[in-house]
Design a protein around this ligand. Sequence first.
Ligand SMILES: Cc1cc2nc3c(=O)[nH]c(=O)nc-3n(C[C@H](O)[C@H](O)[C@H](O)COP(=O)(O)OP(=O)(O)OC[C@H]3O[C@@H](n4cnc5c(N)ncnc54)[C@H](O)[C@@H]3O)c2cc1C
Length: 392
Amino acid sequence: MSEAHTPPTEQDLDAIREGVRAVVTRFGDDYWLARDDDGEFPRAFHRAMAEAGWLGITMPVEFGGSGLGVTEAAVMMNEVASHGGGMAAASSIHINLFGPHPIVVKGTKAQKARWVPRLVRGEDQCCFGFTEPDAGLNTTRITTFAEKVPGGYIVRGQKVWTSTAQVANKIMLLTRTTKFEDAARPTDGITIFYTDLDRTKVDVRRIPKMGRKAVDSNAVFIDGLFVPDEDRIGEEGKGFGYILHSLNPERILIGAEAVGIGRDALRRATAYARERIVFDRPIGQNQGIQHPLAERWMYLESAWLMVMKGAALYDAGLPCGAEANSAKFLAARASHDACWQAIATHGGFGYAREYHVERLYRESAINRLAPITEQLILSFVAEKVLGLPKSY
Ligand SMILES: Cc1cc2nc3c(=O)[nH]c(=O)nc-3n(C[C@H](O)[C@H](O)[C@H](O)COP(=O)(O)OP(=O)(O)OC[C@H]3O[C@@H](n4cnc5c(N)ncnc54)[C@H](O)[C@@H]3O)c2cc1C
C-alpha cells in the first residue's frame, strides 16, 4: 500500500469496477457452481486476474504493482465478490492484496525484489499460517517454534485453517522464537517468516467445511522445516507488531467482499421477486417480500459507507481500527442477512443449488467468523471506543 496515497476520484473507482468486471464476468454462475461441486481451486480465474494485472493493485510500483490504496482494493474486491463467485472468487486472490504487507513494510529491498514481483504475476501463491488449534484468537499463545540453527531456523508445530495450503508454494508463517513463558511481554518473541512450503516437512490436510469448497482450508503439521535466515521478515521477536499492520486492511477488504456478496444476493432476490407469479401477481408486490429486501439494501449500503470510511482513514495514514473492525462486522452481518433473505424470497427454490443463493449464504457465513469473530470485534469496540474494561 502506497505511502503517500492520492484519494481516487469517482471516475477512477468506476474505471476499476469496469476493468475488474470485464474479467470477473467471464466466469459465470456455472463455473462457480462447478468449483463448489468439485472443490478445485479456481485456477483459470486466478490466472485471468493475474494476467489483467489486478493481483498487484496495492503492491509498490517498483516491484511490478500498481501502488494504489486500500480504497481502490476495496472497490476491486467488492466487484470480484459481486458476480456469483462470492468468497470462492474473493479468497482465491485476497491474500495477494494484504498478505504481503509485512514484506512491503518490513522486508529488505532484496526480499521485496525476490518475492513481490512473483506474487504480482501470480507465479507464487502464498498461504497464511497464523491460527493454531490450541491458541484460537489469542495469537500470543501460539506454540509453533522456530529454533535458531546456523544459517536459519528449524520450525516445528501445528497450524489450522490455513487457506490455500493445498495449492500454495509459499507460506507466511507466524512462529515463536521465545517461548511465551520466557518472553518479557506476551507479544514479544514472535517471529514471522515468508518461505517455501516444503511438503517433505509440512503435512497439509484439507478440512471438509460448510462453504467455499474451491478454496481449501487445512490443518498443517510442520516437522523440522528449515527456514533460511534470509526468509525472516524484519527482526527476530518483533513479528507481532508487523502483523498488526495488515489487520486493518484485511478487515476492510473482507467488509468490501461481504457487501459484494450481499448485493449479489439482493439482485438475485429482487429479480426473482419481479418474475415469480403466485396468487396471480408477482411475489415482489407483497410488502412481506419487498420490505425485508428494502431493509437489507439499507443495511448493506450503510455497511459499505463504513468500509469506505475505514479505507479512506487507512489510506490517509490515520487511525482506523474502530472503523475497520466495524466495517467488517456490519458488512458480514448485512451480507449474511441479505443472503438469507434471498433464500426466503425464492421460497423452496432458494434451497435448490441451481439458484445459487444457498451457496452465497454458506459462503457469507465465513465473514462472520474469520479472520476475527463478532465477539472479539464487539469487545474491541467496547474497550477502545467506549472506554469499557478490557474483557479478553
Ligand atoms: C473458512 C476459514 C478460513 C480461514 N483461513 C485462515 C487462514 O488462511 N489462515 C489462518 O491463520 N487462519 C484462518 N482461519 C482461522 C480464523 O481466523 C479463526 O477461525 C478465527 O480467528 C477464530 O478462531 P478460533 O476458530 O480458534 O476461535 P476460538 O478462539 O476458539 O473462539 C471460539 C469462540 O469463542 C469466542 N471467544 C473466545 N474468547 C472470547 C472472549 N474473551 N470473549 C468473547 N468471546 C470469546 C470467539 O469469538 C468464538 O466465537 C480461517 C477460518 C475459517 C473458518
